[in-house]
Design a protein around this ligand. Sequence first.
Ligand SMILES: Nc1ncnc2c1ncn2[C@@H]1O[C@H](COP(=O)(O)OP(=O)(O)OP(=O)(O)O)[C@@H](O)[C@H]1O
Ligand SMILES: [Mg+2]
Length: 591
Amino acid sequence: MPAAKQQKNPPETGNAFSLLKRVLSTYLLPYGKVVGLAIIFMALAASMTALIALLMEPILDDVLGGKKEEYILPVCLAVAATFICRGGSTYIHTVLMNRIGQSIVADIQRDLFSHFSKMDMAFFHEHTSGSLLSRVTHDVNVMRIAVSDTLTGFGKSFFTLIFLVGVMFVQDWQLTLAAFVILPIVSGFVIYIGKRLRKISKATQTRVGDLSALLSQSFQGIRLIKSYNMEEKENTRISEAINKVRDLNIKTVQVSTLSTPFNETLIGAIFAAIIAYGGYQVLNDQMTAGELASFLTAFTLAYEPLKKLSRLNNSLQIGLGASERVFDIMDTLPKVQERESAVALETKTPEIAFDSVVYQYENTEKSALNNISFNAPSGKVTALVGASGCGKSTIVNMILRFYDVDSGKITIDGVDIRDVSIQTLRDHIALVSQDITIFNDTIADNIRYGKPDATQEEIKAAAVMAASHDFIKEFPQGYETVVGEHGVKLSGGQKQRISIARAILKDAPILLLDEATSALDNESEKLIQDALEKLEKGRTTLVIAHRLSTVQNADNIIVLDHGSIMEQGKHTDLLKKDGLYAQMYKTGIKA
Ligand SMILES: Nc1ncnc2c1ncn2[C@@H]1O[C@H](COP(=O)(O)OP(=O)(O)OP(=O)(O)O)[C@@H](O)[C@H]1O
Ligand SMILES: [Mg+2]
């Protein structure tokens, strides 16, 4: 059966306008009031800039030209007050916009993480942790810069431009109209550059994701890299990834700055034309020198916001590139979803049943489970044995709904596990998985993960039962020892015992033990086996073990081969049958 891809909502991303609308309505709208306040202060700052241009006229015509002494003080005070007011309002709108930008980042990051946590395991196999990490940190920050740059840029530059154009109109409206014939030319160029930038931005975010993926993989695999003398190879790989990011970043600036020489040339030509025409008007007494000076000041001051507005599209497009990637992820729906009609699972004596279960991992050729049917009765121990890769862990993963069956069903007390809430399902299960997860936290907190409100005594009791208390005591900080990333300060067997203590503490009616004692020496294994046997009493237990000796006492042993059940029964019956199990047992193959 072909593997289905992750489901997606109808793509809303793609077109710049709908992307922008989505960013604004989802993330900016909640801050509407603050945005409004910021805009008021932007308008205030902008009007002050225009006032400066306006003041050029009395300075030149009345103070300098008209030699009116009594005008000097008020004009100077007005100029000073204008600058102070502009400084104050710029400060306020910058602070407000930054606050909005940072809050939006936090909102998107929270949404992204909470979305990630709802995704199924297949999603995490598709995406490397590095690339997910870079979406939460890098892409979201690019979005923030775009949102605050665009808003501030647009708000302030737009107002400044409007006010300054107003001043120019007052001074000479015909000249103003003539000066702005350049606008359509500038806009065409701006749109062209914007399109290119959005593409480059998307490529950059992807490459940054690749780079973080490579980096995190190297840090995690540092032991392997060193033992195989692969430092050079890793250096080369990472430096290639770094170079790709560098090249794209260089390209971004190259493309976005293209507008500068283009704009400068255009503006220079128009500036010269205004001086020529205005100078002629002043000489013919059709305009005062003060009016021309005021017009030129307004035009010069208008140039800055015009440039900013034309560059604005650049940062907007870069931000949209990042938003596209962020929304792509947010629109990916988990295949494992809770049904609306889901009920809470409530049972103390669960019986698990697989009924003709078929499952195939995404992008694989063969199904991992073919027509699997068996019962794991309540209070009994069911063992899964079989060669590596035969599907044992997959069975465990299906019970936890890390994946959903392709066909058939899994029931607990006769209820399909897809009809119960995922949370209550997992509340009923304590898992000791094959790949042990230890967080960079204290030993006590790592055990407490099984029951967040556990007391110190409960944690210690679980550790004693999992034969961990003695080695924990030997650490200078005991239970408060921080164990390092992935528990690097612990041995393999110690990690395994801590994960068993965690499961013991959880005290759940279903116990799933996937190679729970594989890393232990004979003596510790014996100790833990005894503890686990006590623990298994009254629970529904599924045990996976390579060493057949550890599952001999199981109530039922299920023998798997290539995703199918070959035989099942008790140890002695299976030996008598002289089938696959007997063969594995006799040859002593670590099945
Ligand atoms: N995430 C995955 N994506 C694709 N294929 C997978 C994935 N996980 C497991 N498989 C494949 O599914 C099959 C069953 O894997 P599973 O982990 O259940 O084996 P197992 O019996 O637990 O083996 P082992 O004893 O080595 O732990 C294997 O062929 C494996 O390659
Ligand atoms: Mg396995």
